[in-house]
Unconditional design. Structure first.
Length: 101
């Protein structure tokens, strides 16, 4: 079976434990970031179909990996998030903009 996608670190071990042999390679930094973006889209699509905490956790795991791949410290990301929230607000009021007249 062909997968051609980024997988979590322990997946090859899990496959071996099932009696099969995975064929893998380590991505270079550019490929890794590209595959993380694909994985994020995949996980968001899965969350679209299943609003479960497990799917939301998968999205967060990919977001952490992207942040780390870009060399962004968790505190920096949180600072930028807070600044944007202070300036533009959050999403708590559930406002849906129809148009601007």
């Amino acid at each position: 079976m062909r997968y051609k996608k980024l997988v979590r670190d322990k997946i090859p071990e899990i496959i071996r434990a099932s009696g099969k042999e995975p064929v893998t390679r380590v991505l270079d930094d550019k490929e890794y970031l590209e595959e993380l973006v694909k994985k994020l889209k995949e996980e968001v699509n899965e969350f679209t179909d299943d609003h479960s905490v497990e799917e939301l956790a998968d999205i967060k795991e990919v977001m952490i990996a992207i942040r780390e791949a870009l060399g962004i410290h968790a505190g920096e990301l949180e600072d930028v998030r807070r600044t944007k929230a202070d300036k533009n607000g959050r999403f708590k009021k559930q406002i849906y903009l129809e148009n601007v007249a």
